[in-house]
Design a protein around this ligand. Structure first.
Ligand code: HEM
Length: 505
């Protein structure tokens, strides 16, 4: 049996990126929570805020470590599995990835040391600065990764050049205008939507753990305050996710009409209905069992319920994305997004009336609801990436004088083929299916282990709960996991603490 290196490489990248993407949105979301709690501590000097900030910092640190460990693997895969792709985009893509390392990762990890180890070593003001820098750094990371990713969705600011290397022609994209590369047509819309998705996750994570404490009757003051702050944040973020999702729909309609048509199973050009859910049938070119909002897709794409939306009938068949996968991932994300709005609005209303914390059934829902944003973030990325297929670098579309896609004699959209790169042409020439499979099994085992360790450490910290500040400042535990989670204190503060205790006694 021959193993197809293209399919396996795609599967491997999908698995590694989806595993990695469990962690960065959580750190981005939690970073904002840390800034809020520490800011509140500086303002009020109430110890409960400090102990809350210390607690969430410890969860942040282990999650950050997981994000770093799992992210590096993908950069290696560009070289091992996607060498032809790397040769084609290296000049453009490399700048964004290097910028991520230099501007974001260094900022984040430099100040992380102060955030984790500095509680009793630097002034509260400087510690707060470190928290803000770590939170900003995690968002800057997202900026550069999204610049790189958006460039391959909507390339700009580059030229295609062919050079002769060792007597052979090599064609590649080269940066012509760095600002245009950075601010390519989809960067800003996608960045905003991705950050909002991370904030939704961060706030649901805080609400999940707080709800669990409330149900158990533990750390109730801490849990109420954490829950209330996170709920406010989650409500605004959930509404903003829908709004920015709408803006993204317009952006996709303009730059990637095939993707939008696949998202909605919109086979025939014309007014587009927004199906709530259904089963696309590619052979019959229709969506079955699909209640729909008439004109809803036209509204999502053009802010006009009667606008014409290009359907898959205008896309050459060989350039169709996988319709069912695009449709399902996109719809599940939107359904979950609408669910978050309903849930957070209901909880906010109950909180405002002072009845939220008596609703044990709702607290139970919130304990598990964190799975929703995890899934929505994964589905959002899957929709964006699957919908871009069969291209790894999506080419521009030929346009008429009015900026609308120009159709050829057969009534089809025309791509600027020289700008694009098909995924099947991007995989390394020499990589063998067996090699990819072997490394996938290895990654699977290591990732499985990492996930278990992360869950174990997280569970341990949640079970112990936030420490009263006095106790936290006087506790130490050895070991790497405790070091990364910020519980290890330096010797001086230990001995000072001991002296104080002796004096008290
Ligand atoms: C509620 C209605 C929502 C709508 C209408 C919507 C719309 C969209 C659209 C059109 C895209 C594709 C963008 C592209 O291909 O470039 C997208 C991607 C994405 N969505 Fe949503 N979305 C919604 C909710 C959510 C929620 C609640 C989350 C997470 C909690 C989320 C997370 C993502 C992510 C991570 C991506 C991939 C990044 C990107 O390409 O922008 N979305 N969304």
């Amino acid at each position: 049996m021959s193993l197809d290196p293209i399919h396996l490489s795609r599967l491997q990248f999908a698995v590694t990126v989806m595993f990695h993407y469990l962690f960065p949105p959580l750190t981005i979301g939690m970073g904002v929570v840390l800034v809020y709690l520490e800011g509140m501590y500086l303002k009020t000097r109430e110890p409960v805020y400090e102990s809350a900030a210390r607690f969430w910092t410890s969860l942040f640190a282990v999650t950050f470590a997981m994000g770093v460990a799992t992210g590096i693997v993908m950069e290696f895969e560009f070289g091992t599995n996607w060498a032809r792709y790397s040769r084609f985009v290296g000049d453009v893509f490399g700048s964004a990835l290097a910028a991520e390392g230099i501007f974001a990762f260094f900022l984040e990890s430099g100040f992380l040391a102060v955030l984790v180890f500095g509680w009793d070593r630097v002034t509260p003001g400087f510690h707060f600065l470190a928290t803000c820098m770590v939170s900003l750094g995690s968002m800057f990371s997202a900026v550069w990764i999204i610049v790189a990713n958006s460039w391959q969705q909507t390339p700009a600011g580059h030229r295609i050049a062919t050079h002769v290397v060792n007597g052979l022609p090599v064609t590649r994209a080269e940066t012509a205008d760095l600002l245009q590369v950075i601010f390519n047509p989809s960067t800003m819309d996608r960045l905003v939507h991705t950050l909002i998705g991370a904030w939704v996750l961060g706030s649901f994570f805080v609400m999940s753990i707080s709800a669990w404490y409330l149900l158990k009757g533990r750390h109730e003051d801490f849990a109420r305050r954490s829950f209330t702050g996170a709920l406010l944040f989650a409500t605004v973020a959930s509404l903003a996710a829908a709004l920015s999702g709408h803006v993204n729909g317009e952006m996709v309609a303009r730059w990637q009409p095939a993707k939008l048509a696949a998202f909605e199973g919109h086979f025939n050009t014309g007014r587009g209905d927004l199906t709530l859910f259904g089963i696309p049938d590619e052979a019959r070119r229709r969506v079955d069992f699909a209640p729909a909002i008439p004109g809803g897709l036209s509204f999502l794409a053009e802010s006009d319920f009667n606008a014409t939306v290009i359907g898959l009938d205008k896309i050459p068949r060989q350039y169709w994305p996988p319709v069912t996968a695009s449709y399902m991932t996109f719809h599940l994300m939107v359904i979950l997004g609408v669910g978050f709005i309903g849930l957070t609005l209901l909880a906010s209303w109950l909180r405002w009336r002072g009845k939220l914390f008596q609703q044990r059934w709702l607290l139970r829902v919130f304990v598990f609801a964190v799975a929703g944003p995890v899934l929505a973030n994964e589905l959002g990325w899957a929709a964006a990436e699957v919908g871009r297929q069969p291209w790894i670098i999506h080419p521009g579309v030929v346009r008429d004088a009015g900026g609308k896609p120009a159709l050829d004699a057969a009534g089809m959209i025309q791509y600027k083929l020289e700008e694009g790169l098909l995924t099947r042409d991007a995989v390394s020439e020499n990589v063998k299916g067996g090699e990819v499979l072997a490394s996938m099994i290895l990654f699977g085992a290591v990732y499985g282990l990492l996930l278990l360790v992360w869950l174990f450490v997280l569970n341990d910290k949640i079970q112990k709960g936030p420490q009263p500040v006095h106790a936290a400042a006087h506790t130490t535990t050895e070991g790497l996991l405790d070091v990364t989670s910020g519980r290890t204190l330096h010797r001086e503060s230990m001995s000072e603490a001991k002296d104080e205790e002796e004096e008290e006694n």
